[in-house]
Write a new protein. Structure first.
Length: 293
């Protein structure tokens, strides 16, 4: 069985290849990485449903990883507030070696199990939290120790990994394996493994947000219009969802304090702000249900 550390005979003379062949081989590997995620589809669906249930009760989404895996996890975590207005207080990332390891290599940090346990203890991880551990090898001590600690605390634990021989599955409730096999440069998991991890985390976090009602008809209705581009996008969303003109949509957004969902309700249901807010609250924040009520 090939792993992320396997040296592939196919690439034994890689340094002698012309650049056109190098590009073809590297791109081929990226496509294979995406294909590997498809086999993890059922596990991803289970993870989305289980995580949504916990987070709907007020839990936090917590990411853990080391090296490339940790950086990819941190990127996914960082995108949740601007994309979905997910509260920053409910999205945490623990990187082996601390914040400086996000931009500087700290290879020895991945062996520090105590750091992972201490970070989770300090955060007070509990029953409603969801902890996602990411490790290409499936064996990273920092990440496995964190998943173990989170499991003891009663949190839902999800493991994302790329090595079928890894031990990740024994340390989490829902293992998500994207078996990417040998890298074009043996052990360089920023390549195929990293691409697959990005696809897995994109799928997982976006699916969770859809289940929680942060997306309506393919639109980021929780987005906050904090710059000119986003203001224009918000106006277009409200106009499209409500059937109003852009000018009316802009007026409603201003009245609603930038809330796309409130502005849409005001226009679509011909409501004042107070009743619109009450309707949204009664629907649990779900625009779909508020519009149907």
């Amino acid at each position: 069985m090939t792993t992320t550390e396997t040296v592939s005979s196919r690439f034994a003379t890689l340094e002698d290849w012309p650049s056109t062949d190098l590009v073809e081989a590297i791109v081929e590997g990226q496509l294979a990485a995406v294909a590997a995620v498809r086999a993890a589809g059922p596990a991803l669906a289970r993870a989305i449903d289980a995580a949504s249930e916990r987070l709907a009760r007020g839990g936090r989404l917590v990411y853990m990883g080391a090296g490339t895996s940790g950086r990819i996890a941190a990127q996914d975590c960082a995108e949740l507030p601007p994309t979905f207005a997910w509260p920053s207080s409910r999205s945490l990332v623990f990187m082996a070696g601390g914040p400086t390891a996000l931009t500087e290599a700290a290879e020895g940090a991945e062996d520090n199990e105590a750091e992972a346990r201490d970070a989770l203890d300090a955060a007070g991880i509990g029953l409603d939290d969801v902890v996602i551990g990411v490790a290409a090898s499936g064996n990273t001590p920092f990440t496995l120790a964190g998943l173990d600690r989170a499991g003891v605390a009663g949190a839902l634990t999800i493991g994302v990994y790329n090595n079928g021989q890894g031990r990740m599955a024994a340390h989490c409730v829902i293992p998500v394996l994207a078996d990417t096999g040998a890298e074009i440069v043996a052990g360089s998991t920023r390549m195929k493994a990293g691409t697959a991890q990005k696809v897995v985390l994109n799928t997982l976090s976006t699916g969770i947000m859809i289940r929680l009602g942060y997306v309506y008809r393919g639109r980021m209705v929780e987005m906050r219009p904090t710059n000119i581009k986003l203001e224009q996008r918000a106006v277009a969303m409200v106009a499209d969802l409500s059937g109003a003109t852009p000018d009316k949509a802009a007026e409603a957004l201003a009245l609603a304090g930038g809330s796309i969902k409130l502005a849409t309700l005001v226009l679509a249901k011909n409501l004042d702000i107070g009743p619109a807010r009450a309707a949204l609250d009664a629907a649990g924040g779900l625009l779909r249900d508020a519009l149907r009520s």
